[in-house]
Design a protein around this ligand. Structure first.
Ligand SMILES: Cc1ncc(COP(=O)(O)O)c(C=O)c1O
Length: 390
């Protein structure tokens, strides 16, 4: 069968193979990036959905408008305002998750072979999406404070990118957060060179320590930043609801392209999210998720503190991931097979790098496993590493 050339660079096979393995019975998985299933407010949502359909079924079950339901757009603006972002209704579109907002950015802005700059390492889903639009992704080095802005400027000059894709808060996969000063500098550099910023911010409410850092978008006074938010990590990823906030000319193009993708995000999902956000329960719900994830993060960090000396790791203030760097001589791909045989899985870090390499890195997720599994799984990981160090 002959597929479109645009899929030539979209493989995903290594990751699919990993996820096939971690589905094995008894496997302790630190590989996924899903919220803990017990965190879903299923009962509340069942009640909300039933009420909505009884009261307003004929509208909800009908086709809707592409930009999204007005009440949810207003809710998004309220959330954005709490994060320091000022925007108007014509600068918002409801998307089917942040995933759609990432894809629409590439669809609206990129021609084949255009360059997108991204943190190195970056979110694998975004990499696959950008490749499907035949864009070239060039990685920008990170340090403990996120994307290095001097390296960014050098790459902007060299590659003339269409936009810079960044996850400045609790980055996937590294868990790192960019401090305010660097956010200012990043925006200043992008503005000076006329390059847009795509800011992906799905984890911002999952903070377990430290003080909140306002999004880059809150510093944007002339439509330079496309901001993506998501309800996946605070309510449910299965509902598929997110939003993009950007200059209204960009939102208009998002609208045109979204129309041909899914016409609109499911009305029922949008209404459920909006009702839950106004149910008086969301604050308590986020607090309870954060309390649970904080305990799990700390449990994983406590275990990592017992690992051999040459093993380095990030200490994220939030999000779902810890990034581990093994001694240079070790290979997380080789280790992965031994770990899976011993009953524990992670994602080898090389897959998150646009240019590959960095085989001594790996990503650990702490939201899905139970505390007992974290305890046992981290002991297995440690012993496999120790064996390979000898
Ligand atoms: C950085 C990043 N962006 C976007 C997404 C996808 O979010 P959504 O469920 O809103 O499409 C994820 C999910 O893992 C993510 O880590």
């Amino acid at each position: 069968m002959e597929f479109a050339k645009r899929l030539d660079n979209v493989t995903g096979s290594a990751i699919r193979a990993i996820f096939a393995l971690i589905g094995q019975p008894g496997m302790i998985s630190f590989a996924g990036g899903n919220p803990a299933p017990e965190s879903f407010p299923s009962e509340d949502i069942a009640q909300i959905a039933a009420d909505l359909l009884r009261k307003n079924g004929s509208t909800i079950l009908q086709y809707g408008g592409t930009p999204g339901i007005g009440s949810l757009k207003n809710t998004v603006l309220e959330m954005a305002a709490q994060r320091g972002i000022r925007a108007s209704l014509d600068e918002v579109i409801i998307t089917s998750g942040a995933t759609q907002g990432i894809g629409l950015a590439a669809k609206v802005l990129c021609n084949p072979d255009d360059v997108i700059l991204a943190e190195s390492p970056t979110f694998l889903g975004a990499l696959q999406t950008f490749y499907a639009y035949e864009a070239k992704v060039v990685g920008v080095d990170m340090d403990e404070d996120g994307m290095v802005v001097d390296a960014l400027e050098e790459k902007i000059i060299r590659h003339r990118p269409k936009f810079v894709y960044t996850i400045p808060t609790f980055q996937n996969p590294s868990g790192r957060t960019m401090p305010m000063k660097r956010r200012q500098k990043l925006l200043e550099v992008c503005k000076r060179h006329g390059v847009l910023v795509l800011e992906d911010d799905p984890y911002c409410d999952l903070r377990y320590s430290g003080d909140p850092v306002p999004p880059i978008k809150s510093l944007d006074d002339n439509g330079h930043v496309i901001y993506l938010l998501s309800f996946s990590k605070i309510i449910s990823p299965g509902l598929r609801v997110g939003a993009a906030i950007a200059d209204k000319r960009i939102i208009e193009k998002y609208n045109i392209c979204k129309q041909g993708e899914d016409l609109h995000t499911a009305n029922l999902s949008q209404e459920i999210v909006n009702a839950y956000m106004h149910s008086g329960k969301i604050e308590g719900h986020i607090q309870s998720i954060c309390a649970d994830y904080r305990i799990k993060r700390d449990a994983m960090l406590d275990k990592l503190a017992e690992f051999p000396k040459g093993v380095r790791y990030t200490r994220p203030d939030g999000g779902l991931f810890i990034w581990v760097t093994l001694p240079e001589s070790m290979n997380a791909l080789t280790l992965f097979k031994q770990c899976v045989d011993a009953g524990v899985a992670y994602v080898p870090g090389t897959h998150f790098y646009p240019e590959g390499g960095h085989e001594n890195t790996l990503r650990l997720n702490f939201s899905m496993a139970s505390l007992e599994q974290i305890d046992k799984g981290m002991d297995i990981l440690k012993s496999v590493i120790e064996k390979n160090l000898q």
